[in-house]
Design a protein around this ligand. Structure first.
Ligand code: C2O
Ligand code: CU
Length: 446
């Protein structure tokens, strides 16, 4: 019957099925369930990048652009990426949010050595979870991501459930360390996305910066369809709401183009102050843009009360094999005759923070508390975690699955994950400057 699936005939000659019997192949077409191999090559190089408004930066890039090329694959594909390094320093590629095998995690000094100038390295993993992800270097990442070594990875669902006529990426980057400003995709000015009245638009928002940003859409109600690539259940339309996007996080927003006019994407700083640039306009080419409103809503989106509940594997009532905490702090350090700020977890800095040691199959609960006075987007490698509570209150809406959680000053969250991916994994702040100054630890399997 139709429930039998083919067993990964990579060369399309194997005819056995998971039902344990042989079925003759009557067509030369590859069976639909065969995983296909998607191969890419990413070559790093230095490029003078024009980021608009008469500004040029000396970017470090994958394939000559920053963002690097968007890698688009289908759920179930085997992804094979060859990294060729022509930069003067070692680099890697980390697949942020993707549950890759540990050996493909791309963390220099932990899962591989940095790929030296003139050398190459090949990453292989199955794209098991659909959604919006990204990739970036994980060698001196504070410096190398800022210089441009990042791009987006999109895994399309094997069975698409929503109609997207327009599917566009809004990648926010900060060229501050190279003397530039904030860009959407590659421009500090206004990006344009072409869309016609009545079309359904999905915008995949990614913040690569160290600092959080606010984003809202003017001229249309929108839904937050996914967080960190994981769909929310029955998201309600929003208006006059600012989305707080921490470094490393992704938001998929969806809306239907209004009958006439354009939609304006507005970016704010972490306080909600509107930035005049960059911005994006979505609509028919040549249509005029809605005016920037004099003031913006200052209601921040709260995922803990959004969407509708649904049965989920991990809930606050689950039995947890381990419970631990990460108290985020800040403390003045002294090194080589200089004072500088260090960012701490449980009062310690990397490499002195004891790892969370887990055994395969365990369910682990972590309470994250921010006592530092700064926002921290906390990222766990190799796993997706479920958010159980915010400030002591269980979520009342959709289950929320993330790989990076933005923890604001004085906030606390409980998150939990199933230890199902053995290896040595990082757990760090995605303000990469904070990570470089202490806020970084490990999750270790025996
Ligand atoms: Cu996106 Cu350890 O990083
Ligand atoms: Cu931080």
């Amino acid at each position: 019957g139709s429930a039998c699936t083919m067993t990964m005939p990579m060369d399309h000659t194997d005819t056995s099925t998971s039902c344990g019997q042989s079925t003759p192949v009557t067509s030369l077409q590859a069976p639909q369930t065969a995983p296909s191999v998607k191969q890419f090559t990413l070559t790093t190089r230095v490029v003078k990048l024009n980021i608009g408004a008469g500004k040029t930066v000396d970017a470090w890039t994958y394939n000559g652009t920053a963002p690097g090329p968007t890698l688009r694959v289908r759920q179930g594909d085997l992804v094979v990426v060859k990294l060729v390094n022509t930069l003067p320093e070692g680099v890697t590629i980390h697949w942020h949010g993707v549950r890759v095998p540990n050996v493909a995690d791309g963390v220099a000094g932990i899962t591989q050595n940095a790929v030296k100038p003139g050398q190459s390295y090949t990453y292989r993993f199955l794209a098991t979870d659909p959604g919006t992800y990204w990739y970036h270097s994980h060698e001196q990442s504070d410096e190398q991501v800022a210089r441009g070594l990042f791009g987006m990875l999109i895994v399309d669902p094997a069975q698409p459930t929503e109609r997207d006529d327009v599917d566009a990426q809004i990648i926010l980057h900060d060229w501050e360390s190279l003397g530039g400003g904030i860009t959407i995709n590659t421009t500090q000015q206004v990006s344009r996305v072409s869309a016609q009245a009545g079309e359904w638009v999905r915008l995949r928002l990614l913040n690569t910066r160290n600092h959080p940003l606010g984003i809202t859409l003017v001229g249309v109600p929108f839904t937050v369809s996914a967080l960190d690539g994981h769909d929310l259940n029955k998201p309600q339309p929003l208006q006059k709401i600012l989305l707080p996007i921490g470094g490393g996080q992704r938001f998929d927003v969806r809306f239907q183009m209004p009958k006439d006019g354009m939609v304006r994407l507005v970016v704010t700083d972490e306080q909600g102050e509107v930035l005049q640039a960059p911005a994006a306009l979505i609509g028919p080419d040549g249509a005029s843009s809605p005016a920037l409103p004099a003031s913006l809503p200052l209601n921040w989106f709260d995922f803990s009360r959004y969407g509708e509940p649904r049965v989920d594997e991990i809930t606050p009532q689950s039995h947890f094999d381990q419970q631990t905490q990460m108290v985020l702090g800040r403390q003045l350090g002294f090194f080589n005759g200089q004072f500088f700020m260090t960012y701490t977890i449980n009062g310690q800095t990397m490499p002195h923070i004891p790892p969370i040691t887990v055994s395969p199959g365990q369910l682990i609960k972590i309470r994250i508390v921010d006592e530092s006075g700064d926002p921290h987007p906390i990222h766990i490698h190799g796993h997706t975690f479920t958010v159980l509570s915010r400030n002591g209150h269980p979520l009342t809406g959709s289950p929320v699955h993330l790989d990076t959680i933005l923890v604001q000053p004085h906030e606390s969250y409980e998150v939990a994950f199933r230890a199902d991916n053995p290896g040595l994994w990082m757990d760090h702040c995605h303000n990469l400057n904070h990570a470089a100054h202490g806020m970084s630890m490990m999750i270790a399997y025996p």
